[in-house]
Structures are given as C-alpha cells and as structure tokens.
Design a protein around this ligand. Structure first.
Ligand code: ASP
Length: 311
C-alpha cells in the first residue's frame, strides 16, 4: 500500500481515512512478525525520537521508547519536564523548536488541549500527540481499534460499550472518531450524568448514521455488548476532588458483570485502572487490558513511527 502518512503529524484521529487505518494495521502486523521472529530490525537506524512528556505516563511513554529501539533508532526520553528548561519558563514552541534540531520525530504529552497541535506548528518534523489534556490520545485509539479488529476481524456490526469518564477521557474521544470510519451496530455510552460524552461526538455519530445509546445503567446493556471498554475517572481534571470521589467508583467491573457479558466479548481498558476493574476478573479469558492491548501498543507505534519517518 502507498504510504499516505509519511511526514504527517498525528494530532487527532479525525485525520484518518479507512485506507490509512488499513495501512497502519498491515504495517503493525508486519511489526508483530518482526518482533516475534527477531526482536526488531534496523529500519530507523540513524533516526531519533524525542519524547517530551509534560504529564505522567507509563505505557505510552515506554511503548514509544521500545518501539523506536526495536526499529534501531535513537531516543531522547524526557518523562517529566521539571528537570528541563521548561521549569525555567521556556515556551512550548521554543522547547519543540530546540528538540526538532536533535530529532526526526517528536512525541508529546501535555496537560492542555491543543498543545500537540501547537507543537506541530512549531516543528518541521512529524509530531505525534500522546495525549493533550482531555482532548485526544490518537495512538491509544489506534491500538484499541487494532485490538478489536484482531479479535472480531471487523468493527462492523459490533456493539461497543464505552464506560466511565466519557467527558474527560481522551482515549474515548479518539476512539469515537475511529469508530465513525466503520459501521458498528451501536455505540453504547455509559457514564454518570456529569461525565457524559461531549455532544459533538453524538452529532458526528448521527452524521455517520451510527446508533448511539446513552445510559447510566451498565447492567441493562452489558449482555448485548461485544466490546466493553472501561475508563478511569480522570482525577487530574477535577478542581473539586470531593466530586471526583463520588464518581470514581460508580461503575466497577467484577465477577457479577462478567457473568452478564457474552462468552466471546472482550473487556478492555486503556490503563491505568484505579478500581474500575476488580483484579478478580484478570484471569478471565475475555480480559485483555493487561496483555493484548499493551502488546499491540508497541506494534502499532512501531508501525506509525516507521510510516512517518521512512518513505
Ligand atoms: N493512559 C490513558 C491516558 O493517558 C488513560 C488514562 O490515563 O486514564 O489518557
């Protein structure tokens, strides 16, 4: 397939076409084979990734680093900016302008919506959004859809249920945009009324003729679900932590919920979980948040890095 992503910025999943996704998936499949056979290759030898993380991260950060290393490239790993000139008051634009001199691709995570787009404007190299505040987290959504696709061979006709903090959860925003490229049977949105999906996503679903079902009752919808995607209430977005505390464990998946879930459904979470999925269900074969999702993150990020950097 033709590489349509060379030198592109990955800021929002709104940018992708079905063909782009097919390209990323095909490349991710190849990366899986490479890693399983020999651990990696050298296709990005001589290229450098700058990872600028202004907000905490475990998986996204480590999986980008691993991805670049498995492709033979170099890394500038800054997980936390407090020991950099950012602490002296350097602007985002200046920091990005400097790091683009050292690198060929920049991955950025930042607490403000729109920061990744601002970084992309300041950089002549591709910039990948690894999470900008409550806005988007495109690479998480790519690995999520890749994982769903692997399981069901298609996204079409599935009932996909998103649970938890749909207001501030950036992964579900990016995921919605990708689901709009397909024909899921229904997207079910389960949240407390204070944490509902922003209305623009519902409007967009309508344009794509995708059925949306909003509810605050998980038990009433779980039996119809193929993909149960659970998210954490985003504590860092609350000014008033007493409100956070009343909402954080509104939905907890335990053995009871798993009994209602179809035999061939999957239970997903972008992680970290902080009590929304009880560890008692970790051994259930439908639980794939600690295994497949995490692994696929590396293959998808390897695919993306190679497509952006190498023609
Ligand atoms: N790791 C994901 C993110 O950075 C999910 C989360 O933190 O809840 O958005």
């Amino acid at each position: 397939m033709k590489n349509t992503l060379f030198q592109k910025d990955i800021i929002s999943t709104e940018m992708f076409t079905r063909d782009d996704i097919a390209l990323i998936f095909e490349c991710a499949d190849e990366m899986r084979t490479v890693v399983e056979k020999s651990g990696g290759n050298d296709i990005l030898r001589g290229k450098v990734l700058a990872a600028l993380f202004y907000e905490p991260s475990s998986r996204t950060f480590a999986s980008f680093i691993t991805a670049m290393q498995r492709l033979g490239g170099g890394i500038i790993p800054l997980n936390g900016m407090k020991h950099t000139s950012v602490a002296k008051g350097e602007t985002l634009e200046d920091t990005v302008g400097v790091f683009e001199q050292f690198s060929d691709v920049i991955v950025i995570r930042h607490p403000e919506s729109g920061a990744a787009a601002a970084a992309a404007r300041a950089s002549s190299h591709p910039v990948i959004n690894a999470g900008d505040g409550p806005h988007e987290h495109p690479t998480q959504a790519l690995l999520d859809v890749y994982t769903i696709h692997q399981h069901f061979r298609s996204i079409d006709d599935l009932t996909i249920t998103l649970v938890g903090d749909l207001l501030y959860g950036r992964t579900v925003h990016s995921l919605m945009n990708l689901l709009f490229l397909y024909h899921p049977k229904t997207i079910v949105l389960v949240s407390p009324s204070q944490l509902k999906m922003p209305a623009e996503y519902n409007r967009e679903a309508k344009k794509h003729a995708i059925a949306i079902h909003e509810t605050d009752s998980l038990d009433s919808v779980v039996g119809e679900t193929d993909v149960l995607y659970v998210t954490r209430v985003q504590k860092e977005r609350f000014d008033d932590l007493s409100i956070y505390k009343t909402l954080k464990h509104r939905f907890v998946i335990g053995r009871q919920t798993m009994k209602l879930l179809k035999k061939d459904a999957v239970l997903m979470h972008p992680l970290p979980r902080v009590g929304e999925i009880a560890s008692e269900v970790d051994d259930d074969t439908r639980s794939i948040y600690l295994s497949e999702q995490v692994k696929n993150g590396v293959y998808v990020r390897m695919a993306l890095l190679s497509l952006l950097v190498k023609k």
